[in-house]
Design a protein around this ligand. Structure first.
Ligand code: PMP
Length: 406
């Protein structure tokens, strides 16, 4: 592992060394999508220059190379999640598609009156597919309450988990609040009742490595693009036993064993869920991102991220009227906030003029916005390549905006 020196690390991310609106870029929108190290760009470039062909066709050398790179990437992802087998690693377009795939696959298990337990802090990607499933089956979506601090209300969880609960689908980390949910004990309680568990890891994996065996969840999903990898690919980890029983999601090439007009049979795992030509270069890129992260010092990286959050929290008081949503004890470096008298979208535009990129709006979490009684927030989300200097810049920018516009 390399020593953790943020200036050295930033050289691995070419996009960061540019000026936006005449100011050095401070990219603080990592929760929406993270930037990619040279290792990822090079791996994808090299794949296309030296290896590209379709996979699993086996007739020629390039096909073998592409297949080896693609299946090698699946093994890297398996290791990242500590999944027992690559049969349990399904490529998807991202978190959204992975959740849709599972919701579709669990339909045969559900009956009218069954309950799907979510939380009030879910991203729309972990709400809408379940609502669609509920519509199809007569099941009901039930949200676990959130406390004003932005933590899961465990009393609410305990009172809602009951004999009708069939599925618990919950986010590991909130994309709005940064809260790290105590999912291990929740999974444990759900499992005792035979409830199927899905964890949305989209915002967790950029900050720490999940261990699906230690967690004991049935499904764990994430997107490559938030993990410093490419867009267009994501991962569904699923327990083989459940994946075996689930019907395919899409039909087409690759996902079949034998096709005839009388009867078609499905391919083995994981291919049963991978219809059509997959995102091969993107799989290679994701594996390169994971390998890149693996050579960094994880504990130093987490300490650096905590230092960014601590500095940001300490500076909140320097902006009159600023209020942070989500003050959970255990959180990743994400700061959602409002400033009295200012609209979030104006904050975003005015910061952009100073080269500072943040996200504003409802963050695909409208039920959570309703809970806090706001139409949206401004959100700064940090990655390990951000600096304390960038945190200072954000707050200097906010002070300026607050002075000029309120
Ligand atoms: N869940 C969470 C918690 C997210 O933050 C996001 C992305 N904002 C998603 C799901 C959806 O991910 P994607 O758009 O990559 O499918």
């Amino acid at each position: 592992t390399k020593a953790f020196d943020v200036e050295t690390i930033r050289r691995d991310f070419p996009i960061l060394t540019q000026e936006i609106n005449g100011k050095p870029l401070a990219y603080l929108d990592n929760g929406a999508s993270a930037q990619k190290p040279v290792a990822v760009l090079d791996a994808m470039d090299r794949y296309y220059r030296e290896m590209h062909s379709n996979v699993h066709r086996g007739a020629h050398t390039l096909g073998d190379r592409a297949t080896a790179a693609f299946e090698g990437a699946r093994e890297v992802v398996r290791g990242f999640l500590n999944a027992p087998s690559t049969r349990e690693i399904i490529w998807t377009r991202g978190t959204t598609e992975a959740i849709n795939l599972v919701a579709n696959g669990l339909a045969p298990r559900l009956q009218a009156g069954d309950e799907i337990l979510l939380s009030h802090m879910e991203h729309h990607a972990n709400i809408v597919p379940w609502q669609m499933l509920a519509e199809r089956t007569g099941a009901k979506v039930v949200p676990i309450q959130v406390t004003p601090e932005g933590e899961l209300d465990l009393d609410s969880f305990n009172s809602l988990l009951n004999d009708r609960t069939r599925i618990l689908a919950i986010t590991h980390v909130s994309n709005v609040l940064g809260t790290v949910n105590p999912i291990a004990p929740l999974i444990e309680q759900a499992k005792k009742r035979g409830v199927i568990t899905l964890i949305d890891g989209a915002q967790a994996v950029p900050h720490f490595k999940p261990d699906v065996q230690a967690l004991g969840c049935d499904f764990y999903v994430f997107s490559a693009h938030k993990l410093f990898g490419p867009t267009g690919i994501g991962v569904l980890y699923g327990r083989a036993e459940l994946l075996e029983e689930m019907p395919p999601y899409q039909g087409g090439g690759e996902m079949i064993e034998r096709v005839s007009f009388e009867r078609t049979t499905w391919n083995v795992l994981p291919y049963k869920f991978e219809a059509g030509t997959p995102a091969i270069a993107e799989a290679v890129g994701l594996a390169a991102a994971i390998s890149y992260l693996d050579q960094l010092d994880r504990s130093a990286m987490e300490a650096a991220e905590n230092a960014l959050l601590a500095r940001a929290n300490a500076l909140v008081a320097t902006v009159p009227g600023m209020e942070v949503l989500g003050t959970a004890k255990h959180k990743v470096p994400v700061l959602s906030f409002k400033i009295a008298g200012l609209h979030p979208s104006d904050i975003g535009t005015l910061l952009d003029q100073q080269g500072i990129a943040i996200r504003t709006g409802h963050h695909c979490a409208m039920p959570l916005m309703d809970f806090y009684g706001v139409p949206g927030t401004a959100r700064a989300s940090f990655a390990f390549y951000n600096t304390l200097d960038e945190v200072e810049k954000l707050f200097t920018g906010l002070q300026k905006i607050q002075r000029l516009f309120t």
